[in-house]
Write a protein that binds this ligand. Structure first.
Ligand code: HEM
Length: 316
């Protein structure tokens, strides 16, 4: 039976038992008609159709940065090339959302928070929405000249990568329904593993267009490395302090390597100076340091959780 507020709700006020009985033909027809009503899976409802404060607040927070960009754009506060600037802002938001979507599974395991999984599909769809808005803003920046946009995408490698990433996100979005999940069976999981290569393509797109200052893409790369390392951990270590400590250290070193390699191979900026800046924490935290600190905090969570559970047990 459908959940309250979604399709057939059981006996409505004024309805008699006979009307909902499976024995009487006309009422049953009425029941069937109601059950067949298209169900709107509003993103703030849980699977049972009840309002979910968790989903509603995550949705609100996920939409806020986009609303801020829309506001700045609408009020002429986006600089001399407003659509270009807005495309950049929304590109960054898209990547952050993609990363948050990817981090839901580790968060569930590390924080032992099964309910958080409810927001994964929603975050994935929000990511797709931002990616489409990013493309739309780029088209607007090109004065709506679709032929020019298509030729730019075909000719510039970083745009081609972005386009492939967007196509990938669209395929994942289109197959994110319960019906598609059921229809595809095991293939669904295999298909949705493509989110990792999509994230890597998006990352290369991000790096190439950022050119000389790759602080933000390096930080994102660090979190992607953390995620990939976490995924390779045996299941029993994925929520253990020791396993997470190892992941934090490897991810931070990986971030240092990515940053060094980028400056050494793609720019004229002395890579050694950037490398040394990682140790100079008084002058601001470099991406590798932020990844290390975040990773260490994640590693502390299982211990804290156990302590809290122990205290609760002791006071009960
Ligand atoms: C058809 C697909 C896409 C096109 C045509 C496109 C186009 C662009 C362009 C033109 C820029 C540079 C704006 C500028 O400074 O001139 C850019 C930046 C960016 N794009 Fe895309 N993009 C696409 C897909 C994506 C996707 C799928 C993602 C994320 C997964 C993404 C994330 C980014 C990011 C993070 C930036 C950098 C923003 C910044 O500089 O802060 N893009 N994109």
């Amino acid at each position: 039976m459908s959940a309250p507020g979604q399709g057939y709700r059981g006996r409505a006020p004024g309805e008699s038992a006979a009307m909902t009985s499976t024995a009487a033909f006309p009422p049953r027809a009425a029941t069937v008609r109601r059950a067949a009503k298209p169900r709107i899976a509003w993103p703030w409802l849980d699977r049972a159709g009840r309002f979910s404060p968790l989903k509603a607040s995550v949705l609100l927070m996920a939409l806020l940065p986009g609303a801020a960009v829309a506001w700045l754009l609408a009020t002429g506060q986006m600089g001399a090339e407003p659509f270009k600037q807005a495309a950049r802002e929304v590109g960054t938001i898209t990547y952050r959302m993609l990363l948050l979507t990817l981090l839901v599974t580790p968060l569930r395991a590390v924080a032992d928070w099964p309910a958080i999984v409810q927001v994964r599909r929603m975050l994935g769809l929000v990511t797709l929405g931002y990616a489409l808005a990013h493309l739309g803003l780029y088209v607007a920046h090109m004065n709506g000249d679709l032929a020019k946009v298509a030729s730019e995408i075909a000719l510039r490698a970083y745009l081609t990568l972005g386009f492939v990433a967007l196509l990938g996100l669209a395929v994942l979005g289109a197959t994110s329904t319960d019906a598609a999940m059921k229809r595809m069976g095991r293939g669904w999981k295999r298909l949705h593993r493509l989110v990792v290569p999509i994230a890597l393509l998006g990352l290369v797109h991000f790096f190439i267009q950022s050119k000389a200052d790759v602080t933000e893409p390096t930080l994102m790369a660090g979190f992607v490395i953390w995620l990939l390392c976490w995924r390779t951990l045996p299941r029993e270590l994925q929520a253990s302090g020791l396993g997470l400590l190892a992941v934090a250290v490897v991810a931070a070193l990986g971030t240092v390597i990515v940053e060094y390699a980028w400056y050494a191979l793609a720019t004229r900026i002395p890579a050694e100076r950037v490398l040394a800046a990682n140790l100079d924490v008084l002058n601001g935290l470099r991406p590798a340091v932020i990844v290390l600190i975040t990773g260490l905090l994640a590693a502390a969570v299982p211990g804290l959780r156990r302590r809290l559970a122990w205290r609760r047990g002791a006071t009960a």
